[in-house]
Design a protein around this ligand. Structure first.
Ligand code: 5GP
Ligand code: MG
Length: 178
C-alpha cells in the first residue's frame, strides 16, 4: 500500500476546501449533503471549519456490492435529508471518478427546487471523466489508481485509515471491474 496523501496533506487540503466554501457562501445558510459512506470522514472534518449557518444531511449512492467503481443506484432517504427547497445545497463526495454519481445526484437535487446546487469532492481522478459537469471544489487531483482511506473503502474496509493510499492492483479481486 503506497501512501498518496498523508494525514497532514489531507488536513491542509480540507482547510483549503473549507476556505473556498466559506469565501463563496459567506453567511448564507447552507445544506451540506454527504454522499455515504465514502464522504463520512471528509464531512466530519469539513463542517467543523465552515462558518455559515449549516444543516447536514446524507444520501447513499451505492456501487454494486463488492464492485469498486461501477456506479450504482442512488438511494435517497427523505428522512435523512433536511428540506432542500429554496436552500443552497452543497453535495459532498469522496471522489470524482467518471463523474456519473455526482452528475446523477445533482440532477436529482435540482428537481427538489433548491436555491442552488453545487459540489465539493476530496479527490478528482484524472483521465476518467465521462460526464460534462465538473465538481465546483476539489481537494486534490490524483492519478488514475484505486485509492483507499480517509473514508474510501475497498469492500467496506480501509475507511478508517487517516491517510489516502493506492491499493496494489494485485490486491484487487478479479470480480472487481478494474
Ligand atoms: P463515479 O465514477 O461515479 O465518479 O464514482 C463512483 C464512486 O466510485 C465514487 O463515489 C466512489 O465511491 C467510487 N470510487 C471511484 N474511484 C474510487 C477509488 O479510487 N477508490 C475507492 N475506494 N472508490 C472509488
Ligand atoms: Mg462513493
Amino acid at each position: 500500500m503506497n501512501v498518496l496523501l498523508t494525514a497532514t496533506q489531507l488536513h491542509e487540503g480540507v482547510r483549503r476546501l473549507a476556505g473556498e466554501i466559506n469565501a463563496f457562501y459567506g453567511q448564507q445558510p447552507l445544506v451540506i449533503v454527504g454522499v455515504m459512506t465514502g464522504s463520512l470522514v471528509l464531512v466530519a472534518d469539513l463542517i467543523r471549519q465552515l462558518e455559515m449557518p449549516l444543516r447536514v444531511g446524507v444520501v447513499q449512492a451505492r456501487s454494486y456490492r463488492g464492485n469498486a467503481t461501477v456506479p450504482g443506484e442512488l438511494t435517497v432517504h427523505a428522512e435523512l435529508l433536511p428540506e432542500l427547497a429554496g436552500r443552497h445545497v452543497l453535495v459532498v463526495d469522496d471522489i470524482f471518478d467518471t463523474g456519473q454519481t455526482l452528475a446523477a445526484l445533482l440532477e436529482q437535487f435540482d428537481r427538489l427546487g433548491p436555491a442552488s446546487v453545487r459540489s465539493a469532492v476530496l479527490l478528482r481522478k484524472l483521465g476518467r471523466q465521462r460526464v460534462a459537469i465538473a465538481p465546483d471544489h476539489v481537494g486534490f487531483e490524483i492519478p488514475d489508481a484505486f485509492v483507499v482511506g480517509y473514508g474510501l473503502d475497498y469492500r467496506d474496509e480501509y475507511r478508517n485509515l487517516p491517510f489516502v493510499a493506492i491499493l496494489d492492483p494485485a490486491t484487487l479481486d478479479e470480480e472487481s471491474p478494474r
